[in-house]
Design a binder for this molecule. Structure first.
Ligand SMILES: [Mg+2]
Length: 219
């Protein structure tokens, strides 16, 4: 079976599968010598609300978080994520992880190693793992993404993208075409698109969430 025969979900990691801001909150609090509870929940990209003063400082803290605090290994999955991905995968969706985690130089090996270990640690099913900025260059039938710039770009190129809500994108204006507050909602968007894709090809549908389509065998 080629990938043209499969429905591909392109899923981002940080802010979608991984609670990046939850773990970074602990790291930034330690970095600054303050109680994590003093850092507001409502934060935007670059973390200015937590006293991070520049992109340069953000990169220094990010590098420290990965190299010394195992950010990508110890970050918690976002609630419901792994179960949703397992159900969709069993139903025949090809999971394609697309992340821009190596945007900071000189610790790529650590970042990639932690990422792969984390995906295995949480038994997240995936067939492809892409480290890249331009997510639209990796073909997917539907994307789940939290980065405002990425959401805009994908929408501009008529890609189906579910905006996964967090404080960095909650005030997007105009609002994204599809928005999910939880993984249950994101899963529902993906499943509806997938079932419609299968129906257009006269393929059988799964008998229920988390089951392989009738007449097929789960892999
Ligand atoms: Mg993200």
């Amino acid at each position: 079976m080629t990938t043209e025969d499969q429905f591909v979900l392109g899923v981002d990691l940080d802010g979608v599968c991984a609670d990046f801001y939850g773990k970074m909150r602990e790291v930034v609090a330690y970095w600054r010598g303050v109680d994590p509870d003093t850092l507001p929940r409502d934060v935007s990209y670059g973390l200015p609300q937590w006293g991070v003063s520049s992109l340069d400082e953000y990169k220094r803290i990010h590098r420290y978080a990965v190299k010394e605090c195992r950010l990508f290994l110890d970050v918690h999955p976002i609630a419901g994520c792994v179960q949703s991905l397992r159900r969709l995968s069993t139903e025949g969706v090809r999971i394609r992880v697309i992340t821009h985690r190596i945007f900071i130089s000189y610790f790529h090996k650590t970042a990639v190693k932690q990422t792969v270990e984390w995906l295995d640690r949480h038994a997240i099913p995936y067939w492809d793992l892409c480290f890249m900025k331009e997510k639209g260059h990796v073909n997917a039938d539907i994307y789940i993404e939290d980065g405002e710039e990425n959401i805009r770009k994908l929408e501009k190129h008529n890609r189906a993208v579910v905006a996964f809500t967090n404080s960095t994108n909650a005030r997007m204006h105009p609002a994204p075409v599809m928005r999910a507050e939880t993984w249950a909602e994101a899963e529902d968007f993906v499943r509806r698109a997938y079932y419609s894709w299968r129906s257009r090809r006269n393929l059988s549908l799964p008998p229920g969430p988390g089951y392989p389509p009738t007449g097929t065998v789960a892999v």
